[in-house]
Design a protein around this ligand. Structure first.
Ligand code: CA
Length: 238
């Protein structure tokens, strides 16, 4: 691959054991790799180098990685994969809520790392294509079709008769297909910032949605539950 076409990955990590592993793994896969070890440098390098993907450690010597997510999300949509030893679901949901795209918990293997990076970079491309689909007003995956103009969802050509709230949930997930949307983000998006933080309303709606759109509601193939975190719509190329 020509140099200028190689995807550029920024590693933000202060642990030499981990950044050496990351650097080595990515270099052998022909990625162009840049590295920094502090949050301050990270913010500078993200704006000056425009990386295609950022691998971000949350525990940095000068700031919390979540602050970096909050700060860079104000001006860039570059995919961010958080790399952290924190295993709590709440930490994971927080980072995703602030705008991280994915989350890897240490320790992780080479294969998983590379797969997540490919997915994150592909997702940036998919998102732009999906915006194109959204312009035509239609999102399709498998036999499922969301018509944003008619506010209808079809399964194999048949209207699934979603209620208005069910449609809003499916429509939101369809716009971000392939990406986990946290419960909190969904509640805020659908019912406003003062929405009740109880996920029960989402679970009730989702059970009904699944009865209408999933061939087998117990084994969903269109909308997946990320336990303790949120929901994810299958992306068009999955
Ligand atoms: Ca660290």
């Amino acid at each position: 691959m020509a140099n200028e076409l190689r995807s550029k990955i920024l590693i933000v990590e202060d642990d030499p054991g981990i950044y050496k592993f990351l650097k080595h793994t990515l270099a052998t896969e022909d990625y162009s790799v840049i590295l920094c070890t502090t949050g301050k440098e990270a913010i500078e390098m993200i704006s000056s180098h425009c990386p295609d993907c950022i691998l971000l450690d949350l525990g940095l010597p000068d700031m919390d990685g979540n602050e970096i997510i909050r700060s860079v999300r104000a001006w860039t949509s570059t995919p961010i994969i958080v790399i952290s030893a924190r295993t709590m679901e709440l930490d994971k949901a927080n980072a995703l809520d602030l705008g991280a795209d994915d989350y890897l918990t240490k320790p992780f293997g080479k294969i998983e790392l590379l797969a997540r990076i490919r997915a994150a970079i592909r997702h940036t491309r998919t998102t732009s294509r999906d915006e194109g689909i959204a312009l035509n007003g239609v999102f399709e995956v498998g036999d499922l079709k969301i018509d944003y103009h008619k506010h209808r969802v079809y399964l194999a050509g048949e209207d699934t008769n979603l209620t208005p709230n069910e449609f809003r949930i499916v429509a939101l997930l369809g716009k971000h297909a392939g990406q986990v949307i946290t419960y909190r983000a969904m509640l805020r998006e659908l019912w406003g910032p003062s929405a009740n933080r109880d996920n029960k309303i989402l679970r009730v709606h989702m059970a009904s949605i699944r009865r209408k759109i999933e061939p087998n509601p117990n084994e969903p193939i269109y909308i997946f539950t990320e336990i303790g975190v949120g929901y994810r719509m299958r992306s068009a190329d999955e």
